[in-house]
Design a protein around this ligand. Sequence first.
Ligand code: UDP
Length: 457
Amino acid sequence: MDKSNGLRVILFPLSIQGCINPMIQLAKILHSRGFSITVIHTRFNAPKASNHPLFTFLQIQDGLSETETRTQDVTLLLTLLNRSCESPFRHCLTKLLQSADSDTGEKKEKISCLIDDSGWIFTQPIAQSLNLPRLVLTTYNVSFFRNHFVLPQLRRDEMYLHIQDSEQDDLVQDFPPLRKKDLRRILDQETEVLDSYSAMILETTKASSGLIFVSCEELDQDSLSQTREDFQIPIFTIGPSHSYFPGSSSSLFTVDDTCMPWLDKQEDKSVIYVSFGSIATIGETEFMEIAWGLRNSNQPFLWVVRLSSVEQDTEWIEKIPKKFIEMLHEKGKIVNWSPQQQVLKHRAIGGFLTHNGWNSTVESVCEGVPMICLPFQWDQLSNARFVSDVWMVGVHLEGLIERDEIEGAIRRLLSETEGEAIRERMKLLKEKVGRSLKPKGSSHRSLQHLVDFISSF
Ligand code: UDP
């Protein structure tokens, strides 16, 4: 940490892995620039305070029952959390501000601002009533963040619900780079309930003091310019936040490190890494198709199978014949949770079969690992299109979880000339993003602006 600057920042991550990681990374960055850090968090998915002895952690009640904490339904989870955390959060923040005001000691600190996730929709009025500036961190890519506010209107228009086969691959003009079939998948899902939630996100973000993206100009300049026009608040693109302090210390799962010595034994760029993040679930049929696709490709693979990543009725996984699992282990390794950032850095990794969560996508770009895109829902469909259609650094499975498709995609990526071109483009993209994080680079400058901005309150 630089010398303390006498300012404290309060952070409040949304309680899911993909939102906790960037928020804790931001905490580390700000701490290194002299800020003291307080993290308010829910009891559910609480980050491990012991991993961050220099931060203060304050837990609030979230009102979730044991059954509710096990739900796979993220929309329901976010609704419940937003409903029950408002009052405990208000109480916690008020107390923090009061004790900062009444502190007369030598180490008196000023609370500079609150930084919380765009998914918390009750925090803006609370911060405002307490005269505390609030900045919003979003873990979406810039384009998806800006465009997803148009979804309620598109749903009302119904035009994308009934599309001809011949139009499936057409670009959605209102929501690039999505194709019509992607948009139909987004609208098909039970996302109607999210319409009013999105409207609240829009309103509370516009009323905030600033918006932070874990992205950089180099990845999506057009959407960034449009977002600046739409929002008229300061916008910061600090770049892939994990790059500043490599290695994740905010994992909610127990990391299985045994994959690292296993990777050491594999040839350069030969291993397919497979992970669908912390939320996506697959059923028995999909599991078997992926397993056969990997096995038939004859490439070594490292596959993250979280216990909760198989659909709730998990009995079937125990019924998979031992022989089949043994056969998988001849070529591959299965772990519950990996040290993903380290894995992607490993010289043996040749490709990443991913659900294209934003964190996974940028982590892959930063390590120059080409992707096989298998998005499941929501912003993942947009991230995947950036990978396959805009940056052209991966192949897209187009939703087909079939063994031949998976085997074919692995071959295209690792053994064919198409793969060579993809790897070449990925190398250039990695360099471009890497440059943005260096002094004078766009993310580096934006981060400095953020630090200056927060210091000015
Ligand atoms: N991750 C990890 N180990 C794993 C799988 C994922 O550390 O075995 C991390 C990954 O590095 C990323 C986060 O979990 O930072 C997942 O975030 P992402 O946005 O990709 O997906 P989500 O979990 O939100 O769907």
